[in-house]
Design a protein around this ligand. Sequence first.
Ligand code: TMP
Ligand code: ZN
Length: 390
Amino acid sequence: MSLCLICQSEIQPFISFGQMPIANGFLSPEQFAEEYFFELRLAFCQTCKMVQLMEQPDREKMFHDNYAFFSSTSTRMAQHFAEFAQAGSNDGIMLQNFQRAGIRHLGIEPSANVAQVARDKGIQTISKFFDQDLARAIVAEHGQAEAFLGANVMCHIPYLHSVAEGIKILLKPEGVLVFEDPYLGDIVERTSYDQIYDEHAFYFSLSSVANLFSRHGLELIDAIPQPVHGGSMRYVLGHEGKYQPSPALSALREKENQLGLHQPETYEKLRRNIEQSRTDLISLLRKLRDERKRVVGYAATSKSTTVTNYCGITSDLVEFISDTTPIKQGKFNPGTHIPVRSYEEFTASYPDCALLFGWNHAEEIMAKEVNFKAAGGNWIVYVPRVQVLK
Ligand code: TMP
Ligand code: ZN
């Protein structure tokens, strides 16, 4: 029996993706034998509406000194955070805007190597996990804050009650919490199941976020859909009763009702859609292989680990994955061990098809890859459905 991490009700999984490695665990052949796997299963809590992983892999296995994810490798994301600056703080992609504007700021980023990159940019950064104790220490040293910001970090944290309590302590009476994460509504609507992987402990909706934070005296006052990461939601919260909730909030909550985000049947349907997506992708890749077409993966994203492992995609179907991040190159993708090669290997000899693992950056990537298209190359995507783009 498993219990909901938020409200302690009993929960049942609605899908298992099978044995899954760490999404960002790119590795070399001598590490294959000791690769870590866990069962990736997802559950919906009927009481507090939170969708969550059943099993939490060790945090130390995911966010370590060699953590392979740096936000600043994407220009689209840099632009997005420049707009947002009006988190795990990662490499300072968002806070650098505050630093340039001379606004007092403090970054909290547990990965030591990533925190150092932020410090090198002149951004004050603490390399620790955020919780109530750290919140008290920060208030003692720096005072309370007007705003607590997070992007793609809250959904990673299994011990959210301590974080919420810490935020309550840290915020001034008029202070606001603003955070954004991949949105459950988009995952359900678009079958974007590759958002589901070890680092994402939670898949938020307005209801589950409101339920969680109301237990800590914080109230959801606004929400703004974001196009990044294949569909995110930005949530705005204040101390209970301090601000009038926005009219947009009730419209978005109504949309969640219509989508059925509070009903278990919705997740049964999601499971069937995910299974269908797998069948379609595998059939397409096998057909291309039988036609002796070259297929290369584009961008070794964390999300691609779920797709390759769940669908059983190995290097007989996808020759290699091209990626611009130097520390991933020369390694192999987690679990199915497809080689990861430099971007130059993609441009040097274009394949017939490129499987777009970075589909959430489609616009940026396609604008950049006009030559691939002009050379007769085709893009394969699997969100919102498996297709070869014409
Ligand atoms: P993610 O933000 O969706 O996880 O994707 C990040 C990965 O995608 C990172 O390893 C860099 C890679 N990438 C490319 O290789 N080429 C590109 O044009 C983009 C935008 C990302
Ligand atoms: Zn619950």
